[in-house]
Design a protein. Structure first.
Length: 298
């Protein structure tokens, strides 16, 4: 059985684009609440339906509690459903993640996205559910994928509204996770920036992607066209999205956050001085020029 709160979030997010927002920071790692608020509202104006903050794209695992509160508050103030990323730090304990989830609940979040864990993921998710009462999205991430048996068990938990799949280059694993979500009557959410169009054809019914941290209409157009069965438009829009994903979600893969921030700055969403990712790899000016050239055409 699924809990009423989880069922409500599942249904509310169906065919919605959830922007996995970045966290604009300056060279010192500081954030500006007013800037964050404008940035998040701009994603919604341009086609996102909901927000995911403090997930991988937002560098949530690296941010302190005070900064997390500011970002969560800015997102909740927009009035759309907000999914908050919790956990993701090496060596963390479930009670630490539960505290983050409870704090997200107190600030008005609609749900939480749980980073994958070792050990007993079902017990981990249950502790988060008991502590926060927030519906959860499980996370099938290519860096730490769940075994099929663990994923099946997670999808039976009453507090799990759905699963975000981000297997990056493993098409068969992506298909299996989407099928498992449907079998459990949970929301199948694509996080596949490099397999976005195909994942919709394989059964995804919502999207939560870092590719929507900027250039939002590129992803929104693909999802809308598929949901409305405008398949010729879907094919054309998917081609544009694939060209953008090819230059943003590429090696070094952790550089995608900075690349999306470059696009956000080029679009005027944030000042160039806030297109900084202190936690990602160094990138070249040639990389930046290539990314922006493709983004401008997209």
């Amino acid at each position: 059985m699924i809990a009423p709160a989880a069922a409500a979030l599942r249904d509310r997010l169906r065919w919605q684009l959830v922007a996995a927002a970045a966290t604009p920071m300056d060279a010192t790692g500081a954030t500006d609440p007013a800037l964050c608020r404008r940035y998040l509202r701009g994603l919604l104006t341009d086609g996102a339906d909901a927000l995911a903050v403090l997930a991988h794209t937002g560098r949530g695992p690296h941010l302190d509690a005070a900064t997390r509160d500011v970002i969560t508050g800015c997102a909740v103030d927009t009035g759309v459903p907000v999914i908050v990323g919790v956990g993701g730090r090496p060596g963390e304990h479930t009670d630490q993640v539960a505290t983050e989830a409870a704090r997200a609940a107190s600030l008005g979040a609609a749900g939480v996205l749980l980073f994958p864990v070792d050990g007993d993921p079902l017990a981990h998710h249950d502790a988060i559910w008991q502590a926060s009462g927030l519906p959860m999205l499980a996370f099938d991430l290519y860096l730490r994928p769940y075994r099929p048996a663990h994923l099946t068990a997670l999808l039976t938990h009453p507090g799990v509204a759905g699963v975000k799949v981000a297997r990056l280059h493993d098409a068969m694993a992506c298909q299996a996770t989407l099928a498992a979500a449907h079998a459990a009557d949970r929301l199948a959410v694509t996080g596949e920036d490099r397999m976005f169009g195909p994942s919709l054809m394989w059964g995804a019914q919502a999207a939560l992607v870092g590719l929507a941290a900027a250039a939002v209409p590129v992803a929104a157009t693909v999802l809308r066209a598929f949901a409305e069965q405008r398949y010729a438009d879907f094919v054309a829009a998917s081609a544009r999205l694939d060209r953008l994903a090819e230059v943003t979600f590429t090696e070094p893969m952790e550089g995608y956050v900075r690349r999306m921030l470059w696009i956000a700055a080029d679009e005027g969403r944030i000042p160039p001085g806030y297109a900084v990712d202190p936690y990602g790899p160094a990138l070249t000016e040639d990389d930046r020029a290539r990314v922006l050239a493709v983004a401008r055409r997209a």
